[in-house]
Design a binder for this molecule. Structure first.
Ligand code: CP
Length: 327
């Protein structure tokens, strides 16, 4: 079946944003709209090879991927998502651009926009960079692909989408986010989404990486992974982000792994149907051991497939809001 604007139908009326900058500012209704859309793209397009290239919802649109930090999953999946929807996708390489000649981020984006681009997907090391672009780019969709330690909204969405598909509702479920909480945009986007969907998030890791101030947001914090193992429905295991750490928060990765790695012995002390997620990239043997990463409780590669579906939903929703001027 060739999906077109006519037979796919409009984006639900509860979605009016042309920017997806973070999950903190979304209502639970908006979150659910994006998750339901992503579910539709997953089932009707990605899981149905006959339909994979028969979709023209964004024909004639141009999307530019502006990535100022390294990426594998997010960059490739935004590129695939745009192409699967029929849009033209342009990859911008910061390293070979005129940024090295002193051009600012906003000037760079405005020049790209002047060429007729409809949407900008931006990953940047500075928190707030996508919002700065959104404030300076008229008539353009802007999607945050990760900004510093602030938010990674599409990662948060694909994480909760994977949980929802596996568990049904997230209402009342306990989800532990384990690892480098202090430097993690993924942890923040997860917490905001989980709270809005009725789940109970726990942030867990060494005290040097988990602030007690999380309690002020209504989030439980824990320093012992072993103590929380039996009562958790989902573990989301974060990478230790050595590249963002000014001072090493623990003596060695081996000591971190001793206390916090999800391994077969710890898995045996979890609920029998516990779900194990990781946003990637994973460091095997640090936050997760290979037998767990590749084992039956792991949904890590399913998360990656859901990443394409979520990014199709984010691009279609924000670009449709632009087209229909509903903002
Ligand atoms: N999870 C994630 O954002 O991965 P990448 O950095 O490879 O995009």
């Amino acid at each position: 079946m060739l999906y077109t604007k006519e037979n796919w139908g409009p984006v639900p009326s509860g979605w009016t944003r042309r920017r997806l900058l973070g999950l903190q500012e979304l209502s639970s209704e908006e979150l659910t709209i994006l998750l339901d859309l992503a579910d539709r793209f997953r089932k009707n397009v990605l899981d149905n090879p006959e339909n994979a290239r028969k979709i023209s919802l964004l024909n004639g649109k141009a999307i530019v991927n502006l990535f100022f930090e390294n990426s594998t999953r997010t960059r490739v999946s935004f590129g695939l998502a745009g192409r699967r929807l029929g849009a033209d996708v342009i990859e911008f390489s910061a390293a070979t651009s005129s940024l090295s000649k002193g051009e600012t981020l906003v000037d760079t984006a405005q020049n790209i926009l002047a060429m007729g681009v409809d949407a900008v997907v931006v990953r940047h090391g500075c928190p707030g960079a996508p919002r700065l672009l959104a404030q300076n780019l008229e008539n353009c969709a802007v999607v945050n692909a990760g900004d510093g330690a602030h938010e990674h909204p599409t990662q948060g969405l694909l994480d909760v989408l994977t949980m929802r598909q596996r568990l049904g509702s997230l209402e009342g479920k306990t989800v532990a986010i384990v690892g480098d909480i202090a430097h993690s945009r993924v942890a923040r986007s997860n917490v905001f989404a989980l709270q809005k969907l009725g789940a109970k998030p726990i942030v867990c890791g060494p005290s040097t990486l988990v602030s007690p101030h999380w309690a002020e947001l209504g989030v439980e914090y824990a320093y012992s992974l072993d103590e929380i193992l039996p009562r958790v429905d989902v573990f989301n295991l974060l990478r230790i982000q050595l590249e963002r750490q000014v001072v090493r928060p623990f003596p060695s990765l081996a000591e971190y792994a001793h206390l916090y790695a999800m391994n077969a012995e710890r898995l045996a002390r979890c609920k029998k149907d516990v779900l194990v997620l990781a946003p990637g990239p994973i460091n095997r043997g640090v936050e997760i051991t290979p037998e767990v990463a590749d084992g039956p409780h792991s949904a890590i590669l399913d998360q990656v497939t859901n990443g394409v579906a979520v990014r199709m939903a984010a691009l279609w929703a924000t670009l449709t809001a632009v087209a229909e001027r509903r903002f």
